[in-house]
Design a protein around this ligand. Sequence first.
Ligand code: GLN
Length: 500
Amino acid sequence: MDLSNLTIHQINDLLKYREVKSADITNSYIERIKKIDPVISAYLYTDFEEALSNAEAADKIIQKNKDFPYLTGIPLSIKDIFLIKGKKTTCASKILNNFISPYDATVIKRLKKNNYVFIGKTNMDEFAMGSSTENSAYKITKNPFDLNRVPGGSSGGSAASVSADLCAGSFGTDTGGSVRQPASLCGVVGLKPTYGLISRYGIIAFSSSLDQAGVIANDVLDAAIMLKAVAGFDEKDQTTRKFEIKDYPEIVKRADKSIIKGLRVGIPVEFFSEGLDSKIHSKIMEIKDLLKDLGAQVVNITLPDTKYSVAAYYVIATSEASSNLERYDGIRFGGRFNEGKGIQSLDELYRKSRESGFGKEVKRRIILGTFALSAGYYDAYYKKASLVRKLIIKNYKDSFNDVDIILGPTSPTPAFLIGEKISDPLSMYLSDIYTISVNLAYLPALSLPAGVVDNPTKKGGVLPIGLQLISPWTTEAKLLSVAKVIEDEVKFRDKYTPVI
Ligand code: GLN
């Protein structure tokens, strides 16, 4: 049996019935990472010693107890934006090249309580700014379906690590699509929960009013398992709420076709206009027909202010980023230029440390955000963008009076070629056109593999495409259940596998 091609729930079954040990599972991932990751570059670093010692500890727990948490002994990868005590966290930036995390992020604390196996930190766009992982200061991650293409971003290493079976699941973050878009491009499931459902404590901040941790998984049940393990109020993050945490895995297991009967599904006309790849368009329409056949009431809806979402996002996200990234100055946080040697003044130290430590895209955003917040421009940009955000929230609220769930594409195109968009930031920004408004409205959304399209640059090759389901605040249980029913019909994992 190939032990590195299993879902979390399959591994959990094997562990429960003592058919394998976590150490066996972990070893098979380690072997695969050694063989495959030099080609994919999903990981910024791995920690096999830690992985094996976590696995042994998990095996002891499994031996003693019948009831152990779902993630016990499961090897997971972590985006290099989460702090893990005593380990390096770089956020794929040179400025944090030597930063050792002084404490655990709440997500990590909870994973440790669940006896997970930490296998490594994944590559990402620097400070989570990007949609292709090409903005990493360290390496370029390849899409497991075509090594000439990007895995998406910013959690591209996480999505590639799951897609290429280099771990059983991964935690990422989603500020404007960074979990859903790479999941879509790599043929895996990506869930961004309601803002405030998962603690942001110990996650390096990009845009605090938009950032949310998310999960990248092989299937919907795995996503439910991962969400359940980390969700919930945290006194260290005052933006988390005391939401009821449902038993998502049990709810997903019970989900069947009957839940689609009478379900009101909204198709936003704005998500199917120019810019959307025609093959993706028809694939999503197939899913729409499928839902109709299963008894859903499908209606067209309108989210009229969607057209302003990218503009509003890039004002709000860059403004918050300019403030959040102020702390990397070579004194409080971040590497000091030339260790301070030959520097004449404090100002010069700040300037040189930031100039040499940050990459091009990060600098672009700091400058944009600083401008948008500056006296005289604040009302025209930040305030206006905040008002647009209110309109977008209202668009969704109005729609959810009429429908239970919204269906559309995750990304306007399948995975693009490495280098294709990197010199054109605007076209890169547009790859998040369907995901960004969800963050602005604090909503939960999930990207599910919907099928594939032919790869135009590789004869016989295919590229995954993702559908996006968006549901009202805190309705993750419904979101996951509907996704599960579609997943059972599409059977993506049975049909398509990456090229390596
Ligand atoms: N691609 C978007 C950006 O560059 C979203 C990134 C994210 O979600 N972290 O800002």
